[in-house]
Design a protein around this ligand. Structure first.
Ligand SMILES: Nc1nc2c(c(=O)[nH]1)N[C@H]1C(S)=C(S)[C@@H](COP(=O)(O)O)O[C@H]1N2
Ligand SMILES: [Mo]
Length: 340
């Protein structure tokens, strides 16, 4: 079903497998849960969970989840009222442009969508998943579900919906630099960081990236043997075919880094965030991946082809493989078994 799989996404096939990303719980609540809609509207409104359940626009939707960390989960059954009908009910002003979603969580997590995107993607305020109330860990009692966008446009524990004339960047879209467009078919994952060519050259020569912000930087084919990258932010960085023998990536933020065909013999990834990292055809002999977070990572192509190499010294504990999709964990198990 590759026509339903956006580029560079790995499919989660097990029905019960659904990773938790970002915040894991709402803030404590004194009153019963409610969702408030306000801002550029004629009639600001507040709905209780019961009112949302009884809402005439209640719909069930089969939604494909695409997480920016490269896992996708198809055919997820969500149900709840349509956001467009709730907005219509409140009477949006002519100058309304954007909708900001605010969570009832400690950091008041938020994300925004333009009204044009809301019309195109028709999100729901999901209260049910797979025929039962949405679990609190996934945003219950109420979360936004926006089909056709990376999942960070689906705010968990929704408490306030603001209709605005300005469009604000949300939590992930501002500091961490997630792409505000969030279109999985165009791979709008991240905005690109900026490092001057001079600084880049200097860092390659010294092989010290420690603590730096090198998001989306490209180091393809470079010789970085013995690289010291402890604690660096290397999200979406590219190391295709690079020599990274004995590189130290401990405590790095490596989400979605591209490590295809890299020489990673003896490299250290322990305690590292390697969600969505692409290790296809990389040499991981003697590499240490113990304690690394592996959601969405790939070690082989889904349609066969060559995968990552391991040897008896590679450290990749069995329990971590559960974070991988079925085809990925099958490949890694077999490859590890063949060298042990
Ligand atoms: N309130 C809140 N909503 C959020 C987030 C968050 O950190 N806080 N993270 C987003 C991201 S990045 C993703 S991938 C999904 C994860 O949803 P899940 O944990 O149910 O898989 O929630 C999105 N909504
Ligand atoms: Mo995400």
């Amino acid at each position: 079903m590759s026509w339903r799989r956006p580029p560079n996404q790995n499919l989660i096939r097990r029905k019960e497998h659904w990773p938790v990303l970002g915040e894991t719980e709402p803030a404590p609540l004194e009153e019963p849960w409610s969702v408030r809609l306000e801002g550029c509207v004629e009639r600001p409104a507040t709905w209780s969970i019961e009112a949302l359940r009884a809402h005439p626009s209640w719909t069930e939707r089969s939604v494909d989840i695409h997480c920016v960390t490269r896992w996708s989960k198809l055919d997820c059954r969500f149900a709840g009222p349509r956001l467009l009908d709730l907005i219509e009910e409140a009477g949006p002003a002519a100058e309304a442009e954007s909708v900001r979603f605010v969570a009832h969580t400690e950091r008041r997590h938020d994300t925004s969508l333009t009204l044009a995107d809301i019309q195109r993607h028709d999100p729901i305020v999901a209260l049910d998943y797979d025929g039962a109330p949405l679990e609190p860990i996934h945003g219950g009692p109420a979360r936004i579900v926006t089909p056709g966008k990376y999942f960070y446009k689906s705010c968990k524990w929704i408490a306030r919906i603001e209709i605005r004339r300005d469009h604000q960047l949300g939590y992930w879209e501002s500091g961490p630099g997630y792409h505000d467009g969030a279109d999985p078919w165009r791979e709008e994952r991240y905005v690109t960081g900026s490092v001057s060519p001079e600084l880049r050259e200097k860092m390659i020569k010294e092989r010290r990236f420690g603590g730096r912000d090198l998001r989306s930087c490209v180091f393809d084919g470079e010789d970085l043997e013995g690289l010291e990258a402890n604690g660096a932010t290397l999200r979406n960085a590219s190391f295709v075919g690079a020599r990274l023998v004995r590189a130290n990536f401990e405590k790095c933020f490596l989400v979605n880094a591209r490590m295809m065909k890299a020489d990673l013999r003896g490299a250290r990834f322990s305690g590292c965030d390697v969600m969505g990292v692409d290790f296809r055809e990389a040499d991981l002999a003697g590499a240490d991946l113990s304690g690394a977070r592996l959601f969405g990572a790939s070690f082989c192509a889904d349609d066969g082809g060559e995968g990552a190499r391991f040897d008896q010294e590679t450290r990749l504990p069995e329990e971590q493989l559960n974070a991988l999709t079925d085809s990925q964990s099958e490949y890694v198990r077999a490859a590890l078994a063949s060298v042990r």
